[in-house]
Design a protein around this ligand. Sequence first.
Ligand code: ZN
Ligand code: ZN
Length: 126
Amino acid sequence: MPKLADKIGSLLFCPDCGTLLDLPKDDENSVSCEQCGHVEPASSYEDIEITTRSHPEAFPSALRQKRKTQTKIHESGETRMIVTELCPNCGHVEAFIEEKQMRSADEGSTIMYTCVRCKHGWRLNN
Ligand SMILES: [Zn+2]
Ligand SMILES: [Zn+2]
């Protein structure tokens, strides 16, 4: 039975040397520790994603309250808003926000988030 990484939030740390492990690439089914060569199965990350997605109410309430915090930044000529939002991929708490209006009013709007740190994108339907 091989040792598995230590999980802290949505981050994984090498069980042998404590180094923060990288996220697996799409075509890889394992991640190697840069320091000691420990091989962690990518499935360890999938467990975290499933947990995060099925329990959105598990987010700290302080984080939810801060959701309205917005910062405007200018990036390559366009203005983008940054809000306090927990990235389901890396656990970072700042994301670019973009609201897309659906064709009919009945469908409401979709909020697109893009993680500031890992560029992971996800959406939220209103
Ligand atoms: Zn290691
Ligand atoms: Zn992220």
